[in-house]
Design a protein around this ligand. Structure first.
Ligand SMILES: [Fe+2]
Ligand SMILES: [Fe+2]
Length: 318
């Protein structure tokens, strides 16, 4: 006899974090089409060609990574779920990754010419160090059988590898430039911080049940993999930022975020860099966008989940 097919019951929750995350993510739903990007054109025209190049190409890189998350990432993690509600949350995440990937195209179509857009996509589809990182993560999504390594790949991508790109819009936001482009990036950051925390949490649930020796083995693998990604990221950052002189600052920022990725996975930091080492202009930009970085610890006003009261008859007295 075949097993019966089960209906998802949201009134019988196995893991309250699934429900809380679903509520958080649906509450912060957004679409790129609602942001008035053309208001940034006057700021854009004031940038010199080197800085315009950086803006276009960091977004090319980010498009590639969000494409990977929407096409391979969530589909791969969905194979290892422990609850039906986890599948629902990953479905939500997968759709939002498609929104993220598309939103950069909205930025391009506002700021760039068709020829420039073609060049940016040719670049992101072929640039050595960008392709390196995408292919390393993709290999884990498609060929790795250990669910925990796949979750590590996802958290490293979202909480670490995106940040060489996020630096540029946050820098301009801190200087009161390209505010609408930055608004899109802030919305993406807000999503990524929940994704990274949620997938990191799911990692920790399984990891904490492993025997100590197995945990150590996985830790060694994780720190090696992070270091391998970081050394590639150094090369990528030089390619992107040497012409603006921002390379060292960006590297500080990505080491800081590498530590955050480890924190999401319940691990100790690898690098000495802290928030105090990051350019305060950029931290200022990020503080308005990652208020739920510590989503599950519920510290501070940005971390609270929406409190929705039930409707009653008086709600219909219009
Ligand atoms: Fe994303
Ligand atoms: Fe994400």
């Amino acid at each position: 006899m075949t097993e019966n097919y089960k209906a998802i019951n949201w009134n019988a929750i196995d893991d309250q974090i699934d429900k809380a995350t679903w509520e958080k993510l649906t509450e912060q739903f957004w679409l790129d089409t609602r942001i008035p990007l053309s208001n940034d054109l006057s700021d854009w025209r004031e940038l010199d060609d080197d800085h315009k190049w950086v803006v276009g190409h960091v977004f090319g890189g980010l498009t590639l990574l969000d494409t990977l998350q929407s096409q391979e990432g969530m589909a791969s993690l969905r194979k290892d779920v422990k609850t039906m509600h986890e599948t629902a949350v990953l479905n939500n995440i997968q759709f939002m990754e498609s929104v993220h990937a598309k939103s950069y195209s909205s930025i391009f179509s506002t700021l760039n010419t068709p020829e420039e857009i073609d060049e940016i996509f040719d670049w992101s589809d072929s640039e050595e160090f960008l392709q390196n990182k995408a292919l390393k993560i993709e290999a884990l999504y498609t060929q790795e059988s250990d669910p925990l390594k796949k979750k590590i790949a996802s958290v490293f991508l979202e909480t670490f590898l995106f940040y060489s790109g996020f630096y540029t819009p946050l820098y301009y936001l801190g200087h009161n430039k390209l505010a609408n482009v930055a608004e899109i990036i802030k919305l993406i950051l807000r999503d990524e911080s929940v994704h990274g925390t949620y997938i990191g949490y799911k990692f920790q649930v399984t990891f904490n049940q492993l025997p100590k020796a197995k945990q150590q083995e996985l830790k060694d693998w994780m720190y090696n993999f992070l270091y391998e990604l970081y050394s590639n990221e150094e090369n990528y950052t030089h390619i992107l930022y040497d012409q603006t002189g921002w390379t060292d600052e960006v590297l500080t920022f990505i080491r800081y975020n590498a530590n955050k990725a480890l924190m999401n996975l319940g691990q100790d930091p690898l690098f000495p860099d802290t928030a105090a080492d990051v350019n305060p202009v950029v931290m200022n930009g990020i503080s308005t966008s990652t208020s739920n970085h510590d989503f599950f610890s519920q510290v501070g006003n940005g971390y609270l989940l929406g409190n929705v009261e039930s409707m009653n008859d008086s709600d219909y007295d219009i």
